[in-house]
Design a protein around this ligand. Sequence first.
Ligand code: KPL
Length: 303
Amino acid sequence: MSEPAGLWSASHWIVGPGALGRLIGLRLAASIPVTLVGRRPLPAGQVLITPEGDTLARQLTTTSLDALPDIKPDVVHLTTKAYAAESAHAALVPHLPPGTPLVLWQNGFACQPRLGERHAGPVLCATTTEGAYVQGDDRMTHAGHGETRIGALGGGHVHLAQALAQTLTRAGLPAWAVDDIHTRLWHKLAVNAAINPLVARFRIRNGQLRDRPFRPLVETVIAEIAAIMAAEQIPPPPRGWRDLVWRVVAGTARNRASMLQDVLAGRPTERAAILGPLLEAAHRHGLSSPLLVELDDALSHHG
Ligand code: KPL
């Protein structure tokens, strides 16, 4: 398939230089002009450790939201945490030519529909299983290869999604354009909602959810989530919600989930983006979800 003109050589801004943002930025920067935008500028010389153990040096433009360059981007990737996406977008908008494509990489399902309406240009959503963590201001590790899916919520912008998927794939992040990103975002949300609040509440690694005291709680959360998804007419994954959640628990058994890391570090959590849409849907359909409500309440006291 030929690549629609302009994206491989286009300039990409990555706004939100956490682990995922830096992974995308450093991978693309091998051959594409990339600007990493954060609350504070990071060093321009960056190091990426690959899953194979190679050390790659990358040079890219880094800046802060209040000192954006005059040269405008062709594509903006918003890679902030879910709770910071809308304020980052608001700060960016005055600097973007109308029509600039925006790619949203957030967890949950809160900012995506809102920014989809608000942004003056094409909006795509992405969901990824790439694993990465930050090791310092100028060093990060691409811990494990994953897969990325990209698409527009309404199903449009197919050529743009294909061009971006091709660009990411060529940069070493295998990606596919899809027409069901809405379903895929809700599936990821279900996994995050089943795992993250429980491990954050009990301060355990993901694999410990399989142990006796926690297993019934996971089963209850899955049942509550499945009922909400059915009411919302979100198609279940091919082998069902239990299979999906327990497979991710097994595959990430040694991990400390992002929400647990946030709680331990005293940072805000993605509670509102992950549990918020589920509880709103439960309310709309008159469903009771006592354990999800309790977990949401416990996390809200954290901040
Ligand atoms: O995505 C995750 C997270 O940590 O946020 C899971 C899949 C739960 C793995 O820990």
